[in-house]
Design a protein around this ligand. Structure first.
Ligand code: UFG
Length: 323
C-alpha cells in the first residue's frame, strides 16, 4: 500500500513527502513541475511527472500502484495572481480536483487529505478564527479552495470518499537540515522575500500597505511551520484510517505577526539591517488572519512544535543562506 501525494515537488508537498517517508509510508508523487522542483522530491518516493487534470496519468498511477489515500497539494497558490488571472485558478484548482476525485471514484480510493487555506474566510469577523466562522473568500484563490472543499463534501455523500480539509494559515520555515525549502519563481511570499535582502539578492523589501486597521498598519498573519503542517497531515491520515469522519481543521499557531514585526524578527535572526519601502496595498489581502488551532489539537491530537517566530525564521534562513 502507498499514499499518493499530488504536488509533492512543491514547498509544502516536498516537506510532507519527507515526513511521510520518515514515518514509514510508501510514497508516490505526481507533480507537473509547473512550480515544483524535481530535486526537492525525496529519492525514496516514486515520481510521476504529470498533471492532475490529465485523467490518463491518474489512471496509470492508480493502476500501477496500490493507493490507500491521496494527499492533495497540487494547486496554484498566489493570491495576487489569482485576482488578475482568476480563470487559471478555476481551471487548475477546481477542475483539477474534479478530475482527481473522478479517478479516485473509478479506482475505489476512499480517503483524501486536502490542503485548504485561511483565505476561505476572507476578512474575518473575529480573530482567532474558528472553523465554523463565516466563510467569504475575498480573492479567487480562496474561492477555488472553498469550492474544492464543497466538491469533496458532495462526492463524499455520493461516493463515500472521506476527506480532511486542512486550512493552513501562513506556511513558513523549512526542514531543519536545510535540504529543501520555500522557493517560488518568481518569489511572492513574505519570508523568502525578506531573506533575499540579507542574502544580497534584493536591495529592500516592499511592505504592501501600512494603512490597514492593525496596530502598526501592516497586515497580520499567523505563521505556522511547514513541518508542523506535515505532522498534521500524518495525524489526519491516521484519523481517516481509524475510521474518522470527514472534517475540516484550521492549522495555525494562534499568534499573529505584522509584516513590520516579521521584518524586525528577521533582522534579529540574520543579524542584519533589512531595508524597507512602503508600497501600495496588494489585491486580495485580508488585514488580519489568525487561527484557532483548538479543534485540530482536540480531535487530531496535533501540537505544533515551532511556536517561536524567530525559530521559524531561523529554519528558513538556514535554507536560504545555503541556497
Ligand atoms: N507582503 C509584503 N511584501 C511582500 C510580500 C508580502 O508586504 O513583498 C505581505 C502581504 O501583503 C501579506 C503578508 O506579507 O500581508 C504575507 O504575504 P504572503 O504572500 O507571504 O502570504 P499570503 O498571506 O498572501 O498568502 C499565504 C499563502 C496562501 C494562503 C494564505 C493564507 O500564499 O496560500 O497565506 O493566509 F492562503
Amino acid at each position: 500500500m502507498a499514499i499518493l501525494i499530488c504536488g509533492g515537488a512543491g514547498y509544502i508537498g516536498s516537506h510532507n513527502v519527507v515526513n511521510f517517508i520518515n514515518k514509514g509510508e510508501n510514497v508516490v508523487v505526481v507533480d507537473n513541475l509547473q512550480s515544483g522542483h524535481k530535486e526537492a522530491v525525496h529519492p525514496d518516493a516514486k515520481f510521476y511527472e504529470g498533471d492532475i487534470r490529465d485523467a490518463q496519468i491518474l489512471d496509470k498511477i492508480f493502476t500501477e500502484n496500490k493507493i490507500d489515500a491521496v494527499i492533495h497539494f497540487a494547486a496554484d497558490i498566489v493570491v495576487s495572481e489569482s485576482v488578475i488571472n482568476p480563470l487559471k485558478y478555476f481551471n487548475n484548482n477546481v477542475y483539477g480536483m474534479q478530475i482527481l476525485l473522478g479517478a479516485m471514484v473509478k479506482h475505489g480510493i476512499d480517503k483524501i487529505i486536502f490542503s485548504s487555506t485561511a483565505a476561505v474566510y476572507g476578512e474575518p469577523e473575529r480573530v482567532p478564527i474558528f472553523e465554523d466562522d463565516r466563510t467569504a473568500p475575498n480573492n479567487p484563490y480562496g474561492e477555488t479552495k472553498f469550492m474544492m472543499e464543497k466538491i469533496m463534501k458532495w462526492v463524499n455523500l455520493a461516493h463515500g470518499i472521506r476527506y480532511i480539509s486542512l486550512r493552513y494559515f501562513n506556511a513558513s520555515g523549512c526542514i531543519e537540515d536545510g535540504s529543501i525549502g520555500e522557493r517560488h519563481n518568481p518569489e511572492t511570499h513574505l519570508i523568502p522575500l525578506i531573506l533575499q535582502v540579507p542574502n544580497g539578492k534584493r536591495d529592500h523589501i516592499t511592505i504592501y500597505g501600512d494603512d490597514y486597521p492593525t496596530p502598526d498598519g501592516t497586515c497580520i498573519r499567523d505563521y505556522i511551520h511547514v513541518m508542523d503542517l506535515a505532522d498534521a497531515h500524518y495525524l489526519a491520515l491516521k484519523y481517516l484510517r481509524g475510521g474518522g469522519e470527514s472534517n475540516i481543521f484550521n492549522l495555525g499557531n494562534g499568534k499573529g505577526f505584522s509584516v513590520k514585526e516579521m521584518i524586525v524578527a528577521a533582522e534579529k535572526v540574520t543579524g542584519q539591517k533589512i531595508k524597507t519601502v512602503i508600497g501600495k496595498r496588494r489585491g486580495g489581502d485580508s488585514a488580519r488572519l489568525i487561527a484557532s488551532g483548538e479543534k485540530a489539537r482536540k480531535i487530531l491530537g496535533w501540537s505544533p512544535k515551532f511556536t517561536d517566530i524567530e525559530e521559524i525564521i531561523r529554519t528558513a534562513w538556514n535554507y536560504h543562506s545555503k541556497h
